[in-house]
Design a protein around this ligand. Structure first.
Ligand code: HAM
Length: 428
């Protein structure tokens, strides 16, 4: 019997993993540069954590959570996002009382029961950052600029920051009332979900993905016009700092995002390469969440990006990872030569040289075919004739050139070559 992979999940095969490593390594080194430390939280949490923080009338909580009762009858949910668990950890470890400037990053799988399509999965991976303890618009701009900096480092092009402000406790009721007034006059034009949301959580209607509602919303009142003066000033300062950092952005007054904890700045980084699921990264400010979850009032701002979506964009620009692979293929020809090669690959690896060997292959032709398939830069050929002379042949797989060297100089040959290579790379 064959088992199918669960719908909306993927195996990440070795062909693709290079992209993941590239993204993970670049992210870690950039976060370190900005002095962010890694935090890891459990894959599942109490369901109420997400219900209270993300919001009971959001799509995530209403339709997408993987919730189950464990054997002790506890209601648990596979985390659909990283911010709520990190706020829980921030409070749990008492950081809200002592450290007013905490910068954390995280990487890991998230789970949402969504309709799968390209760039949208039920298990997907996020890399994100959360900065606690600073309410100044500088920190919004810094977090956005860190995201842009990261995507620049990754080599992702054609990205755009889309930004909005969703107001604060003071002006949110005004925004909601204006939305209700506008939509209320023709409520029947909206989908059933939006008709309900108009009463329970009016801002959510702007996040509806249904084309019918979307066309209708084009004439909606501008959120910015309803912001209080402090929120307006905050938003204008963030835009001014982004300008000063030369980060291109577009203001979209309908960008409210799918989570309820945001106040003031919300933003997304979108890519032309991604089709319908064009948001590679989303984030914003959430100044009330720590207090709402039981901690002391602590302003915060952060973002998360989808690793699968970043991989999709990188694959479109696949030249980025087409660097030369320095792999040595070792080809023993004949059973008697395998033992020497078995020890040789061990010595090569202990000297830090990446190599591969296949004991099941016989003749030279199939060994060279295999070396080519693996993308080896050199093949070491060791047949009976070489064994008799105490030599090995080194074949350059790009040029086809071959040289014959004594067996006991092979390691030296490759270690010298890699020293030379790193000297050249560092001298640029
Ligand atoms: P989010 O916009 O829900 O925000 O998710 C962030 C990113 O995760 C999206 O831009 C997208 O790239 C990726 N993503 C979301 N759902 C899926 C899916 N089903 N399949 C593939 N990729 C997906 C958050 O989760 C917030 N916690 C971000 C944040 C951090 N805000 C403040 N701090």
């Amino acid at each position: 019997m064959k088992y199918a992979i669960p719908r909306g999940t993927r195996d990440i095969l070795p062909d693709e993993i290079e992209y993941w490593h590239h993204i993970e390594t670049a992210s870690r080194s950039l976060f370190d540069l900005y002095n962010y430390c890694e935090i890891r939280t459990p894959i599942f949490e109490e369901s109420s954590l997400f219900e209270r923080s993300i919001g009971g009338t959001t799509d995530i909580v209403e339709k997408e959570m993987y919730t189950f009762n464990d054997k002790g009858n506890r209601r648990l949910t596979l985390r659909p996002e990283g911010t709520a668990p990190i706020v829980r950890a921030y409070i749990h470890h008492g950081l809200h009382k002592k450290s007013n400037n905490t910068k954390w990053y995280y990487c890991g799988p998230m789970f949402r029961y969504e309709r799968p399509q390209a760039g949208r999965y039920r298990q997907f991976h996020q890399i994100g950052v959360e900065h606690f303890g600073n309410a100044h618009p500088f920190s919004d701009a810094e977090v956005i600029s860190m995201g842009v900096h990261l995507f620049d480092d990754l080599g992702l092009a054609n990205l755009m920051v889309v930004i909005n402000s969703v107001g604060c406790k003071l002006c949110r009721p005004v925004i909601e009332e204006r939305l209700q007034q506008f939509a209320g006059s023709s409520v029947n034009c909206l989908c059933v979900d939006c008709q309900r949301r108009l009463k329970t959580n009016p801002l959510r209607i702007l996040d509806c993905k249904k084309p019918k509602c979307n066309t209708y919303f084009t004439g909606m009142p501008d959120i910015q016009a309803s912001l209080c003066n402090e929120c307006k000033d905050h938003f204008n300062s963030v835009l001014e700092y982004l300008d000063a950092l030369r980060i291109p952005f577009k203001v979209d007054s309908h960008l409210v995002r799918g989570l309820d904890y945001y106040n003031r700045t919300t933003f997304e980084i979108v890519s032309d390469e991604l089709g319908a699921q064009n948001a590679i990264c989303g984030g914003g400010r959430y100044d009330y969440l720590v207090e709402q979850m039981g901690g002391s009032p602590t302003p915060a701002v952060g973002f998360a990006f989808g690793v699968e979506r970043a991989v999709l964009v990188l694959q479109e620009l696949s030249d980025i990872l087409k660097k030369e692979v320095s792999l040595i293929y070792v080809a023993p020809i004949g059973f008697a030569q395998q033992t020497t090669c078995f020890y040789l690959v061990d010595e090569l690896r202990r000297s830090g040289i990446k190599c591969s060997i296949d004991y099941s292959r016989g003749d030279i032709k199939s060994q060279l075919r295999r070396a080519n398939k693996l993308g080896a830069s050199y093949t070491i050929i060791y047949a009976e004739a070489e064994a008799e002379k105490g030599t090995m042949i080194i074949k350059n797989m790009k040029t086809g050139q071959q040289i014959e060297v004594p067996v006991d100089t092979i390691i030296q040959f490759f270690t010298n070559m890699s020293k030379e290579k790193s000297k050249n790379e560092n001298s640029i």
